[in-house]
Design a protein around this ligand. Structure first.
Ligand code: MG
Length: 160
């Protein structure tokens, strides 16, 4: 048992037609959604990988395989809730989270407060300890060309 543990997570998903855009557990109005086995919530996936990283417990794919029918179309917030059970079992709580979403479109800033509210309930921590930032990629790379979105997250777990 350590006083604190730090974890880092990264994820990316490709845009596709005919799917809802779910980011941070919030449905965002947009004409494209993200492709994936689950709901493809790129921010929640990055946070899950950061939590698993802090616990030295592998990555999201090792626990929730994308060829397992059980996770087809699953809400990523349910997976996050499961991972938070493991965090608590190991004697930790979320100290703080800092995340950045990279997307050329749509504008995500208007939805950040709703994401924080939704995730804080699952993470068991107040919204003031959750930072979610959104940036464009200045039209460079796959995010800049609008092919998809990426998210990065750093988490600090502290002794519960
Ligand atoms: Mg993912």
């Amino acid at each position: 048992m350590d006083g604190f543990r730090i974890g880092f997570g990264y994820d990316a998903h490709r845009f596709t037609e005919g799917r809802p855009l779910i980011i941070g557990g919030i449905r965002i109005p947009h004409d494209l959604g993200l492709m994936g086995h689950s709901d493809a919530d790129v921010l929640t996936h990055a946070i899950i990988d950061a939590l698993l990283g802090a616990l030295s417990m592998g990555d999201i794919g090792s626990h929730f395989p994308d060829d397992d029918p059980a996770y087809r179309g699953v809400e990523s917030t349910l997976l996050l809730d499961k991972v938070m059970q493991w965090v608590r079992t190991d004697g930790y709580r979320v100290g703080n989270i800092d995340a950045t979403i990279v997307a050329e479109e749509p504008r995500l800033a208007p939805h950040v407060e709703a994401m924080k509210k939704r995730l804080s309930g699952i993470l068991g921590t107040e919204e003031a300890r959750i930072s979610i930032k959104a940036t464009t990629n200045e039209r460079m790379g796959f995010c800049g060309r609008g092919e998809g979105m990426a998210a990065y997250a750093v988490v600090c777990l502290t002794e519960a």
